[in-house]
Design a binder for this molecule. Structure first.
Ligand code: SF4
Length: 255
């Protein structure tokens, strides 16, 4: 496999998933620099969309996996996928070549852009990150490089929800700094009305300690009134392997 496709990897959220890294830079390229990022500090902070790999490069790599059987083809990798200005074309190409459902994992930072929401709407599943309930915590946890405020991003997700016909999941990463704000986060989830809420905590090596199963269970209690809530520890009890980007990166040269 080449440098754009990787895996398949097992994901607690998406089952067996073939990864697409449409940015494919050597170090992490992101519009955030989250304190819990498994990939370390952001090497290439970027806030503008541009083309990193061409659709014809992607087409060549897709030819090598034409017969692969996966639950999803997932746009993720070591970068924020919405930074790729040809994301919409790439989703269309993957669907026409492989016929598999497509998921996009996004940090939501570019969702205030109409073109980004339009391209995301081509995916069958969009997993959108929301880690904080106010601007101060957003800046402390996600360390955004973009100008958009948390309110603007939440408003964009709300608009996307209204227009989008696929499955929208919110991923909420809880850490020490945010663990007492579960009621506020639940109110955000209620207002955005996703199909699923994924309650997560950083279990792989990073600069931040994960919350314990008891702490995550207490947070989950606050979400008891919502449908489709799943926590990373529940998924582990079912022996589903969590998506691990570090491991994915380590494996990539061999694939
Ligand atoms: S959005 Fe994802 S890739 Fe970017 S810094 Fe945060 S955890 Fe890392």
């Amino acid at each position: 496999m080449g440098s754009i496709l990787y895996g398949p990897v097992s994901s607690w959220r998406l089952g067996r998933s073939l990864g697409v890294d449409l940015v494919s830079t050597k170090g992490k390229t992101c519009s955030f620099d989250c304190i819990y990022c498994q990939l370390g500090r952001t090497v290439h902070p970027l806030v503008r969309r541009r083309e990193f790999v061409t659709v014809s490069q992607l087409a060549q790599e897709l030819e090598t996996v034409r017969n692969i059987v996966v639950d999803y083809v997932t746009f993720s990798g070591v970068a924020e996928p919405t930074l790729a200005s040809n994301l919409g074309q790439a989703i269309e190409l993957v669907k026409s070549v492989l016929g598999s459902p497509v998921a996009v994992l996004t940090n939501s930072s570019l969702m205030p852009r109409e073109d980004v929401r339009r391209e995301l709407s081509q995916a069958d599943v969009v997993v959108a990150k929301v880690d904080a309930h106010n601007e101060e915590l957003f800046r402390r946890i996600n360390r955004p490089r973009i100008k958009s405020t948390l309110d603007e991003i939440l408003e964009a997700i709300r608009r996307f929800r209204e227009e989008y016909r696929g499955k929208l999941a919110l991923q909420m990463m809880f850490v020490e700094a945010s663990k007492t704000y579960a009621p506020e986060m639940e109110r955000i989830a209620e207002e955005l009305s996703p199909d699923e809420v994924q309650i997560n905590t950083p279990l792989r090596s990073c600069a931040v300690k994960p919350l314990t199963p008891e702490e995550i269970a207490a947070i989950r209690q606050e979400f008891a009134g919502l449908k489709g809530v799943v926590t990373v520890y529940e998924a582990l009890r079912l022996e589903v392997i969590p998506l691990n980007l570090e491991e994915t990166l380590r494996r990539r040269p061999k694939l």
